[in-house]
Every structure is written in structure tokens, then in C-alpha cells.
Design a protein around this ligand. Structure first.
Ligand SMILES: [Zn+2]
Length: 491
């Protein structure tokens, strides 16, 4: 564990009378009394500072960070002595699949896994049935999320070569990003043509809306799959061999070039290769608007795990060799990597098992929302000697900035939403898929030992999850609120 400085009072937003008194707030048409909570004695980290402080919460927001809140008349005091207190994770890449198919995942169970994993907001991808390609689909997802989600949520909209007007209407409906596949994924989500991709970049060029890309070269990919299948290769490594690093790097190169030519803002999803990251780092140095995401499966798992997991390790891009995994960390360390997201896609156990003897039969995707942040914090602290601030930057602050909710989210400061995760830094546990709270109870981290544990997650001042030896979900479906790009400045 690393040191931290005692800095005394960081800031006090509210006068003493308000901290001590009972302020009425108007919440969805009902006058309620704001609860006051003090999180006492924790090690608080934002993306730039680590300090010891008491966190005072008034209703849904942080009222103050102070060296001593013992005189606050609190409704609840949470003892966080020796615990890490950080902004709740913002998972920029989830597949909760609402409205369908329900057997894979949905806002309710998906957000249960989220809060058990220290995550307080998600940015939900448009893959579902139907694929979210128009404003009506977005309105439906907002309705379902507000009924079912425990965490706050923003939405991606899909660009699938449809007319640009549909994309503009989704932007008006509140999406925070536009997503395309550069390689074929499924019949319901056709790959973007280069011509359409150029048009979408140009459409978004005058905005801050990121254009999220699944960057794999379609021709190289299809040829790789065909070649290995024709050779009769159907073991887990054949999947990795079918999409070597150049498949990803070529597509990243093209996406970055389009961003540079149009002035658009590219967001490269689930990046897994050094060659791709070199292209991105160089582009950033030239001033190209590009941000980059990776996932725990590319930072903590390798091809030994792919062999061990078989169909339960099949995802796109494929899990890489250990040398590549180790080198990826240098881009986290130097700040090139902007976000770590789960790409949680929790297929049913039955559908994954279909690939037990033939890897090509397994669907592409991993369930990872509950294990992501503990596994990553463990790597940051115990294996990589990185700082708490680095962890907060890539798991909360940067996603809040990229998707427009900063500083209401992504930081702990007076006036910010009280979205908070508390970690026990010395609480080893072994991952067991049966402990997962998301819908389908399996994990690619099965059997892995993790040294830290989420012990509490708050979403806008409400404790949604607590670990007291058992998982306890306090939160109600429908607590989650839709957040658009205005959220960070307004609200
Ligand atoms: Zn995905």
C-alpha cells in the first residue's frame, strides 16, 4: 500500500448550519428529508490527490471533505478507517441488452453485478434486439433503465450505415456516444462501411461526442477465420490465431486517420495490442482527437487463460500472449490509456458450453462487470506499483470527462454526486462464478485470487451494495437515473 498525506480540510461547500440541519429537497415531486451520511476516516483518492478525510454527504451529493466531521449531525456514520474511498467506477462499455434478449443480461441483474463491483454508472452499448439505431429505441432503453437499473446510466447509439438524420435524432434523445463495428459482428449490427464511417466522423466533428469503434479489419478477420476453419483447427488458440494483432492495428490506424482528416473524436474500444496503442500514442502527440479503452481481459489474462477457459474465454479481440499483456501496462503507466471498461457481455453458460469442443461455436463476449475493479485495483497496487490516482483516472474520472458527466461524476468534491466505492485493501478472496450477482453466474477470472474487495457502493448517496461476509444489495430497481451529455454541467 502507498502513503498518503494528511491535508486537513480540503473544502467545505455548505455552511455549518446546513450540514447540521435538515434540508428539504424536492425529489421526483415528493418532498423528502435529505439524509446526512458521514464516511469517516477513509483514505480518499481522486485522480490527482490522495488524502485522509471524512466525506460528508447531504442527500444525493457530497457536501464536504473535511479532516474531522465528528460534529456533523449525521443520520448514518460509515466507518472507513484504513479503507480506500474513491469515486464510483464508470463502466464505459456494458452490454445489458435491454429490451432483449433477456436471457443474457438486463439493467436489473447487470446493475447488481455493477454495484457489487464498485461501479455506480455505466454507458450501455446499443447491441440488443432491436439494435438501438433510432430515437425511438433510445427512448425505450431510457424507460427500461429507469425502471430497472440500480446504477445511473448513459447510452451509446449505433451507426450501421443508416441515414445521418437518425443519428442526429438519437443525439437529440440524449446519447453520449455513437458506436460502430468496423468488422462484421452479427446480422443485427452490420459493419460500418468506410464511406459511412467517414460521414459519421464528419457529422460529429463539431461536437464532443465520441465515435466509438470496434476496430478490427473485416477482410483480414474473415480470411483468418476461414483459413483456420478449413485447416480443421477448432481449439481455443485457433480463435486467437484467426485475429492476430495486425487485424486490430490496421483498423485503429484507419479510424485514427479518419478522425484526423475530419476533426472527429475517435474512441477506440477494448484495445488489446501494442501496435494499435503505438498508433494511438503517436496520433495523440499530433493532436488528433482520439481516446482509447482497454479491458481487464487484456491486462490480467493471457493465452494460458484462454486455453484454460476454452469457450468461456472467447471474446473479440482475442485474449493476447503474456508478453503483449505486460507491454500493455506501459500505456496505462504513461497515461496513453484513457479508460478501462468491462465490455461485460454475460452470455448464458449453455451458449458458451456449445463451444466446448469447437471454439467457433461459442459466442464472443465475457462477463466481467463484478470482477473488473477489484481485479484491476489489485493489479495497480499489489502487482504494478501504480497509484490510487491512476486507478481513479482510468476507471472513473476519464470516462466521466469523455462522456460528459464530469464533474458531477468521476470525482469526490463538494457538489459532486455521492457516487462512492469503498474498498478493503487487505481482503483476499477467490473468484467463484457462483458469487456473481449478474444474471449468468460465471467469470473468466474463475479461481483467481484477488487481494482487495468492494465493501460498499453508494449511488447518489444511497448505499446500493454492502459486503458484510455476504453480498447485501440494498438498492431498489429504478434508483438509476439516465444521464446525458448535459449532466456534467447542469442537473
Ligand atoms: Zn462490446
Amino acid at each position: 500500500m502507498q502513503g498518503f498525506s494528511r491535508r486537513g480540510t480540503m473544502a467545505v461547500a455548505c455552511g455549518r448550519s446546513r450540514i447540521g440541519g435538515q434540508s428539504g429537497i424536492l425529489n421526483r415531486g415528493v418532498v423528502t428529508l435529505a439524509r446526512k451520511i458521514v464516511i469517516r476516516g477513509g483514505i480518499v483518492s481522486n485522480d490527482s490527490d490522495v488524502f485522509q478525510a471524512d466525506v460528508v454527504i447531504d442527500g444525493e451529493q457530497i457536501a464536504a471533505l473535511t479532516s474531522d466531521a465528528s460534529d456533523v449531525d449525521a443520520d448514518e456514520v460509515i466507518d472507513a478507517s484504513d479503507k480506500l474511498v474513491v469515486p464510483g467506477g464508470i463502466d464505459a462499455h456494458t452490454h445489458f441488452k435491454d429490451p432483449d434478449p433477456k436471457e443474457i443480461e438486463g439493467f436489473y441483474y447487470g446493475s447488481m453485478g455493477a454495484v457489487a463491483g464498485g461501479i455506480s454508472s455505466v454507458v450501455e452499448m446499443p447491441q440488443a434486439t432491436p439494435t438501438a439505431t433510432e430515437a425511438g429505441h433510445i427512448a425505450e432503453k431510457i424507460k427500461l433503465g429507469e425502471q430497472k437499473s440500480l446504477v445511473d446510466f448513459a447510452l451509446w447509439g449505433a451507426a450501421v450505415n443508416q441515414d445521418l438524420e437518425s443519428i442526429e435524432e438519437m443525439i437529440d434523445a440524449g446519447i453520449v456516444g455513437v458506436k460502430s463495428f468496423m468488422a462484421g459482428s452479427s446480422p443485427g449490427f452490420p459493419r460500418i462501411t468506410d464511406a459511412s464511417m467517414y460521414d459519421v466522423f464528419a457529422l460529429l466533428a463539431d461536437s464532443d461526442i465520441p465515435y466509438g469503434l470496434h476496430a478490427e479489419n473485416d477482410e483480414l478477420l474473415q480470411d483468418g477465420i476461414r483459413t483456420l476453419q478449413e485447416a480443421g483447427e477448432n481449439d481455443p488458440l485457433a480463435h486467437a490465431d484467426s485475429r492476430p494483432p495486425i487485424v486490430e492495428a490496421e483498423a485503429i490506424n484507419r479510424a485514427v486517420f479518419f478522425a484526423e482528416q475530419t476533426g472527429g473524436r475517435a474512441y477506440i474500444c477494448h484495445t488489446s495490442t501494442v501496435s494499435g496503442l503505438e498508433i494511438i500514442r503517436n496520433a495523440k502527440e499530433r493532436g488528433v482527437r482520439v481516446e482509447v479503452e482497454t479491458c481487464p481481459q487484456y491486462l490480467a489474462l493471457d493465452q494460458d487463460d484462454l486455453i484454460r477457459l476454452g469457450p468461456f474465454g472467447r471474446c473479440a479481440p482475442a485474449i493476447r500472449e503474456r508478453d503483449e499483456v505486460e507491454l500493455l501496462w506501459s500505456y496505462v503507466q504513461d497515461g496513453t490509456m484513457d479508460t478501462i471498461a468491462s465490455d461485460h457481455c454475460g452470455y448464458t453458460i449453455e451458449s458458451k458450453e456449445a463451444g466446448a469442443n469447437n471454439i467457433w461455436e461459442a459466442p464472443l463476449g465475457l462477463s466481467g462487470i463484478q470482477t473488473m475493479l477489484p481485479a484491476m485495483l489489485d493489479e495497480f497496487l499489489h502487482k504494478r506499483d501504480l497509484d490510487f490516482t491512476d486507478f481513479v483516472r482510468v476507471t472513473s474520472t476519464n470516462p466521466a470527462k469523455i462522456f460528459g458527466s464530469y464533474p458531477r461524476k468521476g470525482t469526490l468534491r463538494p457538489g459532486s454526486d455521492a457516487d462512492i466505492a469503498i474498498y478493503d485493501l487487505n481482503a483476499p478472496w477467490t473468484v467463484n462464478g457462483k458469487d456473481m450477482l449478474h444474471k449468468n453466474k460465471w467469470s473468466p477470472f474463475e479461481g483467481k485470487k484477488i487481494g482487495v474487495r468492494v465493501i460498499r457502493t453508494l449511488v447518489r448517496g444511497a448505499t446500493m451494495y454492502e459486503f458484510n461476509g455476504d453480498h447485501v444489495v440494498h438498492g431498489q430497481a429504478g434508483h438509476g437515473r439516465f444521464i446525458d451529455r448535459e449532466y456534467g454541467v447542469g442537473g
